[in-house]
Design a protein around this ligand. Structure first.
Ligand SMILES: *Cc1c(COP(=O)(O)O)cnc(C)c1O
Length: 435
């Protein structure tokens, strides 16, 4: 069997090199591109060896729902990109955020979350987790530390925010969130989908767990839906043992082993695979991980182009008389520009939020007039695309819920791709002439 774990040789590489190289290193005579191990299961010569795998006493593959060499190589690449101790790939970004939370929260627990987050996550936390008995308090991420503190309860087990929010493109003051989370003895989970580890590595600012929708920039070509959960290995579960019994007391569904005792810094991720993935099973197909890895190899160069193009488009929009407002962290007069300079010094992402003078129909007229830029329920890929959350992704939310989720009813989300920027601006310009 191919041993496709990375060797330590590659650990010191810069992010752009890790994008190309990490996770899989062929040995003599082996394929240069990551092989797709499209097999559900793996055979062993004797039953004793298989038994040791089930006891987690030996590392190896036995069933793809738990581990697969192609998936693991890509997980390892993402872990190295983020500077974590490991990662678990999931079949979607939704599954990643769900798993990140459900791994340490259960009925009777509570989470504090920024309200400026992706609509799917807003529903997951606000509606679906409630059915599991998990309560969520949404907070304004711009609130003071005292106001954030007021949202915490004795049963709070995690805090959550998006590094750059979708769709509002506001930048998380990650250090403020870290301080409040840690003061309360809980980990900070950061969804780093929009920034990607090319532009920000939340662990370097003290975040404990990072999640991704790999569907977005990491894939970059809109070919697969996927997610990832990465652990920094830094949160001290044992110091807050009574809050996290799932990690610090024996798991009777897994031979009575205690994850923190048996797996140290990998306790959180081992539990996620051995228990949550075993029982809920949202793995990516190895084929999808292979496709994701094709995207990851060019992530660093693509992010650079996305950011350069978006900066030019944001400046163009700011100067256009049809445009009421523009949010892009790279703009010097953006309310989050200072946060972006601190946390995202090399660029933020390719997504811009803006509003047009007029009403809801003005936004629709503009979008329908675009020739090259697609109207798509997608964001963060090579093709420029546009979406009006109030009429598309968030149409189930009332105006009040929209505001609660930090989304203006006139907000247009423009995901700037990597086409020639003059073509992108030309298309926007002619679209604005039509309104
Ligand atoms: C898209 C997205 C998700 C959900 O990911 P899927 O892969 O679509 O399930 C979660 N968080 C953010 C920030 C996203 O943009």
């Amino acid at each position: 069997m191919l041993d496709i774990y990375t060797t330590n040789m590659l650990k010191d590489l810069k992010v752009a090199s890790l994008c190309v190289r990490a996770g899989y290193e062929p040995k003599n005579g082996e394929p240069v591109e990551l092989p797709i191990i499209q097999s559900t299961t793996f055979k062993y010569d004797n039953s004793e060896e298989m038994a040791m795998l089930f006891d987690l006493k030996k590392e190896g593959y036995f069933y793809t729902r738990l581990q697969n060499p192609t998936n693991d190589a890509v997980a390892e690449k993402i872990a190295e990109l983020e500077g974590g101790v490991g990662a678990v790939l999931t079949s979607s970004g939704q599954a990643a955020n769900f798993f990140a939370v459900i791994n340490i929260l259960g009925a009777g627990d509570h989470i504090v979350s920024s309200n400026e987050i992706y609509g799917g996550t807003f529903n997951l936390f606000g509606v679906t987790l409630k059915k599991f008995g998990i309560d969520c308090t949404f907070v304004d991420p711009k609130a003071s530390e005292e106001e954030l503190q007021a949202a915490f309860r004795p049963n709070t087990k995690a805090m959550f925010g998006e590094m750059i929010s979708n769709p509002g493109v506001s930048v998380l003051d990650i250090e403020k969130f870290v301080r409040v989370a840690h003061r309360n003895g809980v980990p900070l989970i950061v969804d780093n989908t929009f920034a990607t580890p090319v532009n920000c590595r939340p662990f370097e600012w003290g975040a404990d767990i990072v999640t991704h929708s790999t569907t977005k920039y990491m894939d970059g070509l809109a070919c697969q839906v996927g997610g990832a959960v990465v652990d920094s290995g830094n949160f001290d579960w044992e110091s807050h043992a009574s809050k996290f019994p799932g990690l610090t007391t024996p798991d009777m569904s897994y031979h009575g082993l205690t994850y923190t005792k048996s797996f140290g810094k990998k306790a959180y991720l081992t539990k996620m695979v051995a228990q949550i993935m075993r029982d809920l099973g949202s793995i990516p197909a190895p084929m999808n991980s292979f496709i994701l890895n094709l995207g990851l190899q060019t992530l660093a160069v693509r992010m650079k182009q996305h950011c350069a193009n978006a900066m030019a488009v944001a400046k163009f929009l700011s100067a256009d008389p049809h445009v009421a407002w523009v949010r892009y962290p790279g703009l010097p007069d953006d309310p989050d520009h200072a946060l972006a300079q601190k946390y995202l010094p090399n660029g933020s992402c390719g997504v811009i939020a803006f509003g047009l003078k007029g009403n809801r129909d003005t936004a629709i007229k503009f979008m329908d007039s675009l020739r090259m830029i697609n109207i798509a329920t997608h964001v963060a890929d090579a093709r420029s695309c546009v979406l009006h959350p109030a009429s598309h992704t968030h149409r189930q939310l009332s105006d009040e819920q929209l505001r609660e989720a930090g989304i203006a009813p006139d907000l247009i989300r423009l995901s700037v791709g990597i086409e020639d920027v003059s073509d992108i601006i030309k298309d926007i310009e002619q679209g604005l002439q039509e309104i």
